[in-house]
Design a protein around this ligand. Structure first.
Ligand code: NAD
Ligand code: MG
Length: 400
């Protein structure tokens, strides 16, 4: 289909449209106008919001990924839209829409299967779901290559690296520096962390994001996952990946080339910049995001990312060195431990300890098939749950 300007209309499917990134992706597409049409959306819960989005964007397909909860969809949604459910429904919708662009904004490791399906049916996967790379990076990249599907990162650090890499040749790259805001607890001393409450951990100073990634920013497990994400996305060695604390959150990451030139990508911390770039790549289109006011900003600060203060970074490094199934183990154990903290079952520092203990007890499998990865995830979840329940009973006995 052609637009008034003669350009081909791009068909966009947004997975996880009811979440923070998904809702932003819808508003980016809306602001891009008629050249981008929403052909599909999916949501897992919050079906009233999904119904409102369906009414507004009139996609060809609406998918409720939680097949058990699909019957809770509002009557009006079911009457006026083609609603499919579960993983099979998602596959069918992707197949029948053959979208140009899929934005995967599903939360957590449950988004991995959706990425693997998306690369079968779309031209570009705009990937917010970092767990897809962390859990199954090699498999996803190889399937995308086979299908000629481009993967463009939405995660702001990886979008920055992707953009900065365009300044040089691949063989000229020396290292990448991932920036981290340090999260809401950056200024607390190590000893103060054991009394941190979920409400404190969920108050991010710079970014407005979904609940779980906000917690991951506080524990820095988000940065650990991003180190692994970068490794696969950009085919890096562990030694080429560094992390630096940058509290202002305006330099989204930096690439250093062999001549010691550093190329950084900057903007106000607003995910719409990275989302839009992934959708419109290789074009840049104007938007309504406020430009960065450098004079008002005055200074940029960088601090060393100490592994003693942020033990999650050691977990990330260890997983980078181990490779294979270790990313899947870290991501899965972190989901269990993070949920346990939010439910008040373990202390804040215990989240990273649990992930670290699960990783250390894991026998890594290199170049794993999907079945091996799933098996490793199940074991990691079980082990993390066991460690959580042991900590919980000790906590009830006032020992921890
Ligand atoms: P969110 O919790 O706000 O939204 C998640 C979406 O996933 C919702 O639509 C929800 O219905 C759906 N979902 C939840 N469980 C699901 C399941 N089991 N199966 C299918 N769909 C499910 O999350 P978010 O903050 O938008 O983050 C989404 C992804 O983007 C995460 O992988 C996160 O790490 C990544 N990311 C987010 C940000 C951000 O600013 N929020 C930045 C960078 C990367
Ligand atoms: Mg990020």
């Amino acid at each position: 289909m052609l637009t008034g300007s003669g350009a081909q209309v791009k068909k966009v499917f947004i997975l996880g449209s009811t979440g923070s990134i998904g809702a932003n992706a819808l508003s980016v597409c809306e602001s891009l106008g008629k050249d981008y049409r929403i052909v599909g959306i999916s949501g897992h819960s919050n079906l009233n919001l999904l119904a409102r989005q369906a009414d507004k964007f009139r996609p060809r397909f609406v998918v409720v990924t939680d097949s058990d909860g699909a019957h809770l969809a509002p009557e009006k949604l079911l009457r006026s839209h083609k609603v499919l459910s579960g993983d099979d429904g998602l596959q069918e919708a992707l197949f029948r829409c053959a979208p140009d662009i899929v934005v995967n904004a599903i939360w957590g490791t449950s988004g991995v299967a959706a990425s693997l399906s998306a690369v079968e049916y779309c031209r570009t996967l705009a990937l917010a779901n970092k767990e897809s790379m962390v859990v199954a990076g090699e498999i996803l990249l190889s399937r995308a290559r086979d299908k000629d599907c481009l993967i463009i990162p939405v995660d702001s650090e990886h979008s920055a690296i992707f953009q900065a890499l365009l300044s040089g040749r691949r063989e000229e790259l020396r290292r990448v520096i991932l920036t981290a805001s340090g999260g809401p607890l950056r200024n607390l001393k190590k000893g103060e962390l054991s009394s941190v409450s979920p409400a404190q951990a969920l108050k991010h100073p710079v970014w407005s994001m979904g609940k779980r990634i906000t917690l991951d920013s506080a524990t820095m497990m988000n940065k650990a996952l991003e180190m692994i994400e970068a490794r696969y996305l950009f085919n890096l060695t562990p030694e080429q990946i560094e992390v630096v604390i940058h509290p202002e959150g305006v330099i989204h990451s930096i690439v250093e080339f062999c001549d010691s030139s550093m190329i950084a990508q900057m903007s106000v911390p607003d995910m719409r910049v990275a989302i839009q770039y992934a959708i419109t790549y290789p074009r840049r289109l104007s938007n309504s995001v406020a430009p960065l006011d450098l004079v008002r900003l005055k200074r940029l600060t960088f601090l060393s990312a100490s592994e003693r203060r942020f033990p999650a970074l050691s977990v990330g490094k260890f997983a980078l060195e181990m490779g294979g199934t270790s990313g899947a183990v870290v991501a899965s154990a972190n989901e269990v431990a993070g949920a346990a903290f939010l439910e008040g079952r373990i202390s804040f520092p215990r989240v990273v300890e649990v992930v670290s203990e699960v990783l250390q007890s894991h026998s890594v499998v290199l170049n794993p098939e999907m079945d091996t990865i799933r098996e490793a995830q199940i074991r990691a979840r079980e082990r993390a749950a066991l460690l959580v329940s042991k900590s919980f009973s000790r906590k009830r006995g006032h020992l921890r």
